[in-house]
Design a protein around this ligand. Structure first.
Ligand code: ADP
Length: 599
């Protein structure tokens, strides 16, 4: 390197050194100067942050107080007014109001206000009815968004009152939202434009959410209270109605006994107490089964029917009712009508109505006795009339001309009819008066049926009315317990009807079969049948059908009533079936209890 070059390098180094020194000094000076600025700045920022924290603390406290107020009070108006008061206090607002949506007409209604005491703006506190979307409140609700308006007079969303309020210039409005729903709007006002800060808006929004929850809770509470009140009223009305019905049931002269679905006695009125000889207080709540012994054997079918319906409500057919005359052990005769209580296909229990017919039965018995006596007294003169008429016809008093013979024949046949009637009447009235007793013994029904059928066969031969009679019975048919003469009478009477009301060349089948504890007799014919409208009456005294074959056949209408009484006396049952179509005939069935060796 030449000297010149070395000098240049040296100058270069010197210059570089000077520059570095200058830079270091400058930077030292700068650092000193910035340190001097930093301290007050930091201090200021700390002070600002402290103030901010204090405000936040205050805000949080306010929020907590609002929360406390609105959640502690069930009085919504008080809570809302307190909230607005607190809010005004915290953010320095002069007025505050809460507007809510009315669910019925979807309009916005004024609900609470604070700071409206100033006389010049009382108009602003009047209830408002804005539609959703109308005015600032409507805008906030529709857009679900808070708004801070520096000066309402510059904002087109603001709907000015007819009298402009000098106090409502600066406004914050925040939605009251619960979940997805906006239920109203909270608003605060100040007369100075630009008074409120965005921070105030956050505060109003935060309080708005709390208020919304509180309002929602209060509305739910009101709804629940209303419903509870309504339910309470309904219950009270039902209780009143139930008491009224109970009073009616209590007042009726007939005995009423109600059982529930579990066969427990639910209600007994005072007439039932008297008739059945019970006390309501020891009866209600007890199972009906506990009283079977008390009521006696006669009530077995009644209690069994109730039990069957309770255990299997499907066994009940619509329209099924049960009626029976019960001879109670306390000597009373009671007519019981039983019906199930079904509500919306549910079996709720049964109602039994009892009527004490002891007196009626006694009167009826007296009447039967009277008829029995009269019929008995009529028999003697009738026998002699018929006897003498027959004697005259036989020529015992000399020869008769044709006319005399004809007249005497009429006398004789009518006396014959009359004596049948008197005999039937005597029979029935004696049975009804309880003057007929049965001499029960084991009976082979097949033998009795064969004998009765033999009589009809002979009659058909004499009258030359061809009839096909058939007995259908198993060889091992068990014996029944009955009175031979009376069981024969039952079978003869039914066979006689089948023969008389079936045209020539008809068929009669007598079918015998053991069914549970009884033997069932079915007597089927293919005669004229019985019209459905007559079927309910054929066991009534003196009832006779209108069929031409019936009208042409002499009869008294007393045969079936006698048969029914006799079957009942044997503790059997009797019923009939017929389509009412001529040629399809009828089937009369009855049962007799099986003979049990130990009896
Ligand atoms: P009667 O036979 O004397 O008229 P019943 O009491 O025996 O009286 O019968 C009453 C009525 O029942 C009869 O008049 C008749 O209309 C009807 N009836 C009874 N049995 C039969 C039958 N097997 N077929 C058709 N109708 C019958």
């Amino acid at each position: 390197m030449s000297l010149g070059q070395s000098a240049l390098v040296g100058i270069g180094l010197l210059l570089t050194g000077i520059v570095i020194v200058l830079l270091v000094r400058a930077s030292l000076r700068f650092a000193h100067a910035s340190n001097a600025h930093l301290v007050p700045e930091l201090e200021q920022r700390v002070a600002e942050r402290t103030a901010e924290l204090a405000r936040e603390k205050h805000n949080t406290e306010t929020l907590l107080r609002v929360l406390g107020e609105v959640s502690a009070s069930l009085d919504l108006d008080r809570a809302l007014n307190r909230t607005l008061a607190l809010l005004n206090e915290v953010i320095g607002a002069e007025q505050g109001s809460i507007l809510l949506i009315n669910a019925e007409d979807n309009t916005i209604h004024y609900r609470a206000g604070y700071g409206y005491m100033m006389p010049s703006i009382t108009g602003g506190a009047k209830p408002t009815t804005l539609k959703i979307g109308e005015g600032l409140a409507g805008w906030v609700i529709k857009n679900r968004q808070a708004a801070l308006i520096t000066d309402v007079r510059q904002d087109e969303r603001w709907m000015e009152l007819p009298v402009k309020s000098p106090y409502q210039r600066n406004v914050i409005a925040a939605p009251l939202a619960v979940g997805e729903d906006v239920i109203g709007v909270i608003m605060v006002f100040h007369h100075t434009t630009g008074f409120f800060t965005p921070e105030n808006m956050n505060m109003v929004q935060a309080i708005g959410s709390q208020v919304a929850v509180a309002i929602n809770n209060a509305q739910l509470y009101e709804l629940i209270r209303d419903q509870a009140e309504r339910l309470g009223n309904m219950l009270r009305n039902q209780q009143v109605e139930a008491s009224r019905q109970k009073a009616i049931l209590e007042a009726v002269a007939d005995g009423v006994l109600v059982t529930d679905a579990n066969n427990e006695i639910n209600f007994v009125n005072s007439s039932a107490e008297q008739i059945l000889g019970l006390k309501a207080e020891t009866t209600i709540g007890q199972s009906l089964d506990n009283f079977v012994g008390l009521f006696g054997k006669a009530t077995q079918t009644w209690t069994q029917t109730i039990r069957a319906w309770s255990e299997d409500p499907t066994s009940y057919q619509p329209g099924d009712t049960y009626a029976e005359q019960l001879n109670l052990e306390n000597e009373r005769v009671v007519l019981v009508h039983l019906a199930p209580v079904i509500w919306r296909n549910e079996f709720l229990g049964t109602v039994s109505i009892f009527r004490d017919i002891t007196h009626e039965v006694e009167v009826d018995q007296l009447k039967s006795e009277f008829v029995a006596t009269v019929s008995h007294e009529l028999r003697t003169p009738m026998t002699s009339i018929k006897g003498y008429a027959d004697l005259l016809l036989m020529g015992a008093a000399g020869a008769l001309n044709e006319k005399q013979t004809h007249f005497l024949e009429i006398v004789s046949s009518n006396t014959e009819r009359l004596s049948i009637l008197v005999n039937d009447l005597l029979d029935l009235s004696r049975i009804e008066a309880g003057r007929v007793s049965l001499s029960l013994q084991p009976l082979d029904l097949r033998e009795v049926a064969e004998s009765a059928m033999g009589e009809v066969t002979r009659r058909s031969q004499v009258e030359k009315k061809e009839m096909d009679l058939k007995l259908d019975a198993p060889p091992d048919l068990p014996r029944v317990y009955g009175d031979l003469e009376r069981v024969h009478q039952i079978l003869s009477n039914l066979l006689d009807n089948a023969y008389r009301y079936t045209p020539e060349k008809g068929h009669i089948i007598v079918h015998l079969e053991k069914v549970e504890g009884e033997v069932q007799v079915d007597m089927m014919d293919n005669g004229v049948g019985i019209a459905p409208e007559d079927q309910g009456r054929i066991f009534e005294r003196f009832f006779r059908g209108e069929n031409p074959l019936v009208l042409a056949t002499p009869g008294t209408g007393l045969g079936l009533p006698i048969v029914k009484q006799l079957v009942n006396m044997h503790k059997g049952r009797i019923w009939m079936k017929s389509t009412g179509i001529a040629g399809e005939g009828s089937t009369f069935s009855f049962t007799l209890p099986l003979y049990q060796a130990k009896e």
